[in-house]
Design a protein around this ligand. Structure first.
Ligand SMILES: *Cc1c(COP(=O)(O)O)cnc(C)c1O
Length: 385
């Protein structure tokens, strides 16, 4: 057994990030400044997109995106029952009504056929999530959007490296939202990015992300001289700091190296668990690129002889940090109470959420760490643990 606890999702922070943060401190420019602008440029270039707005979380990115659609009270936005709560809360904060669609039982991504069933005359937008880094089936989704005149927001929190039929995740719908939270594929501690080809929407989100102040407020502390700003809307305080961008600039340079490392760990897990009764992720779909953000096994009690909820503390006891991504949205009391959502109406998402365990999948893992994870899972599932 290991002697140190293996923290789930621990990022790999290297010397270049440390030097860059120190540089911000030495310059005493720690708020929004040149490093944020650099990171926006670099990230947009990596994704091949013309416009980017850095913000302080993907949650903020999703909220601003929903606001940018100018939804009215009573408008409906369809999203997935298998996601982090922020995807749903962003819709609620915009004043619109969230509507859930169930997921495909193989991919865990929103099921286009179920989207179609949940459309009403009030449906105005879709908010899709590329779950675990696997591209949603965007062709049928965009076809539905065109036929019903719906905007599409892509929650790319897991999907920086994801592509679908030669297109980048975040560049298929109208707006793409990315996360640099501490466990994500590129980290800034807290942080997010909004990408779009629609300059007017990006400009509006930048204004709404900084108090609703007119656009050049971003430059008001620069050396070009004091400028008055004017408040043109009641916005939020969602700007990214240079100290965060300092990490992101260097993390982004290694995004492909880190992806390769996670892919290797992914393949090791696939081989090591092939003979176990746990469910394993499906192979990536042809002509897509999986971002390998989460590696999850499915623990069905009847097949594995141990329940998911019993296995979680057994992994912790073996000093392996694990996660659950996620309990399905209709399991949470707030949504049940306020939207009447019943787990029985979303069987694929709910069953998955009750069986899933995410294993460590970070570029920081050593071969020994991966061996320890494999041994713990095998021992528990084969009854030795
Ligand atoms: C992490 C995550 C978010 C929120 O990202 P933050 O940057 O932490 O706000 C939103 N959606 C999904 C699917 C996520 O995994």
């Amino acid at each position: 057994m290991r002697d140190t606890f293996l923290v789930f999702g621990q990022p790999l922070i290297e010397q270049a990030e440390m030097d860059e943060v120190l540089d911000s401190m030495k310059r005493a420019w720690i708020g929004t400044g040149p490093k944020v602008h650099q990171f926006e440029k670099d990230f947009a270039a990596y994704k091949g997109m013309p416009y980017a707005a850095a913000v302080n979380s993907c949650t903020a990115a999703l909220q601003l995106s929903c606001l940018a659609l100018d939804l009215a009270r009573g408008d409906e936005v369809i999203t997935t029952a298998m996601t982090f709560c922020a995807s749903v809360n962003a819709i609620i904060h915009s004043g619109a009504t969230p509507v859930l669609a169930d997921v495909d039982p193989v991919t865990q991504n929103i099921d286009p056929a179920d989207i179609e069933r949940r459309i009403t005359p009030r449906t105005k937008a879709l908010l899709v999530v590329h779950f675990a880094g696997r591209a949603c089936d965007m062709d049928p989704i965009m076809d539905i959007a065109r036929r019903h005149n719906l905007a599409v927001i892509e929650d790319c929190a897991h999907a920086i490296e994801t592509t679908y039929k030669g297109r980048q995740a975040g560049d298929i719908g109208d707006i793409g939202c990315f996360s640099f939270y501490a466990t994500k594929n590129v980290v800034t501690g807290e942080g997010g990015m909004i990408l779009s080809r629609d300059k007017a929407k990006i400009d509006r989100m930048k204004i709404m992300g900084l108090h609703g102040m007119s656009a050049d407020a971003w430059a008001r502390f620069s050396d070009s001289g004091y400028k008055h700003y004017y408040v043109v809307d009641h916005g939020f305080k969602y700007n990214m700091m240079d100290m965060q961008a300092a990490l992101g600039i260097h993390q982004l340079k290694r995004v492909e190296d880190y992806w390769k490392r996670r892919e290797a760990v992914w393949q090791r897990y696939m081989q090591a668990f092939a003979d176990l009764p746990v469910g394993l992720p499906a192979a990536p779909e042809p002509d897509t690129r999986h971002a390998y953000h989460l590696f999850a096994i499915r623990v069905n009690e009847a097949r594995c002889g141990v329940s998911r909820d019993a296995m979680l503390p057994m992994m912790t006891a073996r000093k392996i940090g694990v996660g659950v991504h996620y309990l399905a949205i209709p399991e949470h009391p707030y949504y049940q109470k306020n939207y009447g959502w019943n787990p029985d109406d979303y069987p694929n998402a709910v069953t998955y959420g009750r069986e899933t365990i995410s294993l460590p999948l970070s570029p920081k893992l050593s071969e020994q760490d991966v061996d320890d994870v494999i041994e713990a899972v095998r021992d528990i599932v084969t009854g030795k643990g």
